[in-house]
Design a protein around this ligand. Structure first.
Ligand SMILES: [Zn+2]
Ligand SMILES: [Zn+2]
Length: 383
């Protein structure tokens, strides 16, 4: 009897315990990214009830997180990103706080009834949600604790502790902290979100956080050939088993050989590709001019939207632009194009007219890369 308590009913080798722990924590991460995040929160995928019930149960026994709490806090993060109302912005709280006390920030926001009520539409409210997952919130992790001891004895306590720490460290701290602080950006979104591919496979594809902020309702997070989204791999796998259906993907802009002539098509193609358009402008117009002159300033500061610069960075950029007319011209045109693509006043029927004004101004500078880009603008097609 004592031996069973020490070793449990399934004694494993050390490697066996490690593999088991990695497997169960991985299932938790998959449940978070597929069910909570891509499924309920952003409606990017439809999950079959058999699978969603499994995910809900699994999250109850391994994290004690309620769907409504997680979803509401995350939706608020998207709505109020990098402001004082963002529940976990490194720009506001500081990276160390989000990285190491991300779980505390989550629990603080969870107690904000207004947040939960406002942002938790379409979350489950069935009997099991109310009576078990909410009513017996912590019972799940207690059951897991007992089960781990029965299975693995005292080692089970260590495995349980790792399971309890996994989400606070990798999800709350890792994604919300590092995913808004370190890494590269494919898109100039109005936030600090970053991609950390491929080092973050451990967090289920969530490491492609800049791509996700660019297209929040897209089921697939990887958008560049070198990026790998393990969550997407599971979506395909469950889709093949008939347990999952993709509802939305990010628009895929391609550049055709011929230019669009129909104004409706020009408008639609450019507005649907607006983030890619700015990325292309930055890479094809701004970067070559910046590189040619060998400026002593990080290109990132020029690539970012001026709103995202602090005063010191803004001064550096302005000093540089004051000394170089060509760079100043293409930089200002980038910001004008950004405003044009994101302006709420732009209507579909006046878009081409405003775009033509931008193009006319761009042509006056006689810069070859700019002239090529004007042609490119009318050649986008969304597939
Ligand atoms: Zn984020
Ligand atoms: Zn999201």
């Amino acid at each position: 009897m004592i031996e069973i308590f020490i070793n449990g009913i399934i004694p494993l080798t050390t490697l066996g315990y490690v593999i088991y722990t990695l497997a169960v924590t991985h299932i938790t991460i998959v449940a978070i990214t597929l069910y909570l995040h891509r499924g309920v929160c952003h409606s990017a995928i439809d999950i079959h009830p058999i699978l969603s019930h499994f995910f809900r149960f699994w999250l109850w026994i391994t994290t004690s997180m309620r769907t409504a709490d997680w979803v509401a806090i995350h939706r608020k993060h998207h709505a109020k990103v990098e402001t004082e109302h963002d529940p976990h912005s490194p720009a506001f709280f500081g990276i160390n706080k989000v990285l190491f006390q991300g779980a505390d920030l989550y629990h603080m926001e969870k107690n904000n009834k207004e947040t939960i009520e406002k942002y938790s539409q379409n979350c489950p409210t069935d009997w099991i949600e109310e009576k078990v997952y909410t009513g017996r919130n912590n019972l799940g992790i207690l059951i897991l604790f007992i089960l781990n001891i029965i299975l693995f004895g005292t080692v089970g306590i260590i495995i349980w502790s790792i399971q309890m720490m996994w989400t606070p460290i990798f999800a709350a701290g890792g994604i919300n902290g590092a995913g808004h602080h370190w890494g590269y950006r494919n898109f100039n979104t109005n936030d600090d979100s970053t991609n950390m591919s491929p080092v973050g496979i451990i967090i289920g594809g969530e490491e492609l956080h800049n791509n996700h902020h660019a297209y929040p309702t897209a089921a697939k997070f990887s958008l560049r050939p070198w990026e790998f989204d393990i969550g997407w791999m599971y979506i395909k796998l469950f889709g093949w088993m008939g347990l999952c259906r993709v509802k939305r993907l990010a628009p895929k802009p391609v550049v055709q050989n011929e230019q669009n002539t129909d104004s409706k098509l020009i408008t639609q193609s450019i507005l649907q590709s607006k983030l890619a358009v700015i990325t292309d402008y930055t890479q094809k117009v701004l970067k070559p001019i910046y590189k040619k002159e060998n400026f002593h300033l990080s290109f990132k500061l020029l690539a970012d939207h001026p709103n995202r610069l602090n005063q010191k960075q803004e001064t550096k950029v302005n000093n540089l632009l004051a000394k170089n007319n060509k760079l100043n011209a293409v930089y200002n045109l980038k910001n004008k194009l950004h405003e044009l693509l994101h302006s709420r006043e732009i209507k579909h029927d006046n878009f081409v007219e405003i775009l033509n004004k931008w193009s006319d101004e761009a042509k006056t500078h006689g810069i070859e890369a700019l002239d090529d880009f004007i042609v490119r603008l009318r050649s986008y097609k969304v597939i």
